[in-house]
Design a protein around this ligand. Structure first.
Ligand SMILES: [Zn+2]
Length: 348
């Protein structure tokens, strides 16, 4: 107990934001300034990679917030949103520090490959906390854990619908069972402002096997969350702006920026996600739009063979909101057709 207390006191006296400079990768920012650079992931069993990072080190003390996007390199709206935040943030008016990583998965972005890092075929949001001697995704995750997540007090992980996903904007609130931490992360999610909030209570609890980027922060006691906006390869201004405005609102909530946050008033809380997959390969034809409300049994889409004959009809397994629906005709056996979110009365 006394050890724990003394640790907290030491952390309270010397957070990174008080430091004269803050370094992440090759970006070293002096107090009141910004610096851009790269997290250099060294070569190992496969190629090296270089992940862009911008450090905005505020003139005044405050928390360290990390905002990350592009673990899936074709979720473009979220990547563009972080670049927009890099342009808009001003170290002179900032209390605390912001570490911005606009694009984790460079190879996915460059080659327009969905869901995974084409170098090792791994999702870059499933292998945290990473390891220094694995494949490129493991090594990148290891570096992000050490250099981005560990120095941060809070993490926001931004995603969106991938090229093959027509997605309605939503946030995730991760419930850990730690009441105080959950209360603080819930406030951040509400401050972000997206109208739909998915409650996820089934994330790993072991910091050494955290899997997800946000969960790496959450299992290390840092109130954090994930948010998604953008769909099917588009960069719609309203999606980008929702992510930018949400991030700035969270910074106001954390007193990093002057002004009041603009929290969502009465969000739709999703208590469970029902994923619908195809029993057959073929050509997918959606019958619902993202964000629409469906009843149990509502037809979500059809899969035809390559001669036009219907081989599979997808129905909603429960009543709820279409969180996303497949946006392209390519359909494999076992491929995701849609995610339906089951609404619950309140966010507890
Ligand atoms: Zn993603």
């Amino acid at each position: 107990m006394s050890m724990l207390r003394s640790t907290i006191v030491v952390m309270g006296l010397a957070p990174a934001a008080f430091a004269q400079s803050l370094s992440v990768g090759t970006a070293k920012a002096e107090r009141g300034q910004r610096a851009n650079g790269f997290l250099e992931v060294p070569a190992g069993s496969d190629a090296a990679t270089s992940i862009p990072v911008s450090v905005v080190h505020g003139a005044k003390p405050g928390p360290v917030l990390a905002i990350v996007a592009g673990s899936h390199g074709t979720e473009y709206a979220s990547i563009v949103a972080v670049v927009e935040l890099i342009k808009r943030l001003d170290a002179a008016t900032l209390s605390g520090s912001v570490i911005l990583v606009p694009l984790v998965n460079r190879a996915s972005f460059d080659q327009k490959v969905v869901h995974v890092n084409p170098v090792d075929s791994k999702s870059m949001n499933r292998f945290y906390p990473g390891k220094s001697d694995g494949t490129q995704t493991d090594r990148a995750s290891f570096l992000i854990t050490k250099q981005v997540i560990e120095p941060a007090d809070h993490v926001i992980d931004l995603h969106g619908g991938d090229l093959d996903e027509s997605l309605v904007p939503y946030s995730y609130w991760t419930k850990t069972g730690n009441e105080e931490q959950d209360r603080r992360s819930r406030e951040m999610v509400l401050a972000f402002g997206l109208p739909i909030v998915i409650i996820s209570a089934d994330r790993p609890k072991d910091p050494a096997a955290s899997r997800y980027l946000e969960n790496t922060a959450t299992t290390r006691g840092k109130p954090s969350f994930t948010a998604e906006a953008g769909h099917a390869g588009t960069v719609e201004p309203e999606d980008v702006e929702a992510l930018v405005r949400g991030s700035l609102s969270v910074m106001r909530h954390l007193k990093m920026l002057p002004g009041a946050p603009e929290p969502v008033k009465s969000p739709v809380w999703i208590g469970a996600i029902k994923s619908v997959t195809s029993d057959e390969p073929g050509i997918f034809h959606p019958l619902v739009k993202r964000g629409s409300y469906v009843g149990k049994g509502t037809r979500l889409g059809l899969v035809t063979d390559f001669f036009g004959k219907t081989v599979f009809e997808a129905q909603a397994p429960d009543a709820g909101v279409v969180l996303y629906v497949c946006s392209v005709p390519s359909m494999t056996k076992g491929g995701t057709i849609a995610n339906v979110g089951v609404v619950q009365a309140d966010g507890r």
